[in-house]
Design a protein around this ligand. Structure first.
Ligand code: NAD
Ligand code: UGA
Length: 441
């Protein structure tokens, strides 16, 4: 099938490459010419495990191409995927300017039947807006070309994006046009793998499904984080509580990890957008409001642990920070907890040396030449002379350090583990003063 992918970011590039892998003829469009240049010269603008191989294979096979030529992209695909960003506006609502600009381009230039697929995360009612823009543009040209608008939200996770896309739990298609549903069914048939994974529904329900999924996951995390704070006060261990409740299949084991708060380009923005959508309908989402407040507070928990130990004035204190990305296996630092922790420490006069396997370039872009902030080439080098080690992201390579060497590097043997990656008893046996999240001292 001929597919145009509008927006070649995390979602667009992964979706485009994986659809090409299944034999489709995919043309990826981006307005960012630098991104297109990198892709055309064989590079990958993001860090995503396994993506480079899928892209390279399909480029070589001639099934995956890149362009910044809008007319070429509109002419190419019967399926026009919109996978552009929907960042939060100042009031928390999703900014639809990129989605509607993409729709306008399609309407302006299309000459035959198109299925326009909303892949971006968009509020309920967006498909209607996309439809209106397409109709308006076609109307201007007096050109009655047939089209359909479909909602096909994406559930992949960064760091596991290729695998998530190739082996989806479910594929949600919101559509009211039979011809479009048939095309989407055919497109996703290779991903079904002997199970019916395609769930079709009306467009509005599909749009809401995406927000409901992210909001539910964010709620679980904030709930566990609040319980973790209570566990600390009451001398309980949240990791044991997690095992105790997760074994109930009604609760389940996934996404129950307490930590230093959730970040990323999606949970924070989607929780805000859903709250805003509901408010626009006159409904206050009490639970989600609390989820957001609890998460904002949770990102400060590591900093508060530092202040409790070292006092409010951190002048002369030096800290090692492991993990800058908002989660492992990505270089994405959007809404990352590390940003809050670093700001908190630097603003109190401390200095920080950070290490991350892939996000240091991104951190340098974000922080610039921030006085007091330096970077190390290895986790142990970051620990050199530090008054405490703060673990902010749970990269695999942090899990089994040489504790003897680590202790020798630190000025004070203090570990503040924001992701509970270490076994407290094991670490304490090396003489560390260890504090996790929600684990009684
Ligand atoms: P991104 O910022 O990485 O990429 C968006 C791309 O769209 C950019 O490269 C930008 O230059 C391009 N673009 C903007 N306007 C354009 C236009 N008119 N024509 C062509 N290209 C245009 O964003 P992302 O992380 O891929 O997210 C895209 C959407 O998918 C968002 O709505 C997001 O919420 C949703 N989503 C993201 C993830 C994720 O893990 N990142 C997962 C599921 C859903
Ligand atoms: C999330 C969802 O998991 C995807 O299904 C969704 O498609 C995506 O948002 C999106 O809409 O963009 P992502 O943000 O890439 O994916 O990463 P997650 O693995 O969900 O982690 C998000 C944050 O939650 C991270 O900061 C992580 O550290 C935190 N988290 C996750 C916890 O604190 N505890 C957990 O148990 C799980």
């Amino acid at each position: 099938m001929k597919v145009s992918m509008i927006g070649t970011g995390y979602v667009g590039l992964v979706t485009g490459a994986c659809l090409a892998e299944m034999g489709n003829d995919v043309l990826c469009l981006d307005v960012d010419e630098n991104k297109i240049r990198i892709l055309e010269s064989g590079g990958i603008p993001i860090h995503e495990p396994g993506l480079d191989a899928v892209v390279a294979r399909n480029v070589k096979a001639g099934r995956l191409r890149f362009t910044s030529d809008i007319a070429r992209s509109v002419a190419h695909g019967t399926l026009q995927f919109i996978a552009v960003g929907t960042p939060p506006d100042e009031d928390g609502s999703a900014d639809l300017q990129y989605v509607l600009a993409a729709a306008r381009n399609i309407g302006r230039l299309m000459t035959d039947y198109k299925v326009v697929v909303d892949k971006s995360t968009v509020p309920v009612g967006t498909a209607d807006k996309v439809r209106a823009v397409l109709a308006e543009e076609l109307g201007k040209r007096g050109n009655p070309v047939d089209f359909a608008v479909v909602s096909n939200p994406e559930f992949l996770k960064e760091g596991a994006a290729v695998d998530d896309f190739m082996r989806p739990d479910r594929i949600v298609i919101g559509a009211d046009d039979e011809r479009a549903i048939l095309l989407m069914r055919a497109l996703y048939a290779p991903f079904q793998r002997n199970h019916e994974r395609l769930i079709t529904m009306d467009v509005r329900s599909a749009e809401l499904t995406k927000y409901a999924a992210n909001a539910m996951l964010a709620t679980r995390i904030s709930f566990m984080n609040e319980l973790a704070l209570l566990a600390e006060r009451m001398g309980a261990d949240i990791e044991r509580v997690r095992l105790g409740i997760g074994s109930d299949p009604r609760i389940g084991t996934h996404f129950l990890y307490a930590g230093a708060g959730y970040g990323g380009s999606c949970f924070p923005k989607d929780v805000k957008a859903l709250i805003h959508t509901a408010a626009g309908e006159g409904q206050q989402l009490e639970v989600l409001g609390a989820v957001e407040r609890a998460n904002d507070a949770q990102k400060r928990v590591l900093g508060q642990k530092v202040l409790r130990r070292f006092g409010d004035d951190l002048a002369g204190k030096h800290f090692a920070l492991w993990g800058l990305a908002f989660k492992p296996n990505t270089d994405d630092m959007r809404e990352a907890t590390s940003r809050v922790v670093i700001d908190d420490l630097l603003s109190r006069g401390a200095t920080v040396c950070a290490y991350d396997p892939v996000a240091i370039t991104e951190a340098k872009r974000i922080f610039g030449d921030r006085p007091g902030l330096s970077y190390a080439d290895t986790p142990l080098a970051a620990a050199d002379g530090a008054d405490a080690l703060l673990v902010v992201t749970e990269w695999m390579e942090f899990r089994s350090p040489d504790f003897t060497e680590l202790k020798a590097k630190l000025r004070q043997p203090v570990i503040l583990d924001g992701r509970n990656i270490f076994d407290p008893e094991f670490v304490r046996a090396f003489g560390f003063d260890y504090e996790g999240i929600g684990r009684a001292p």
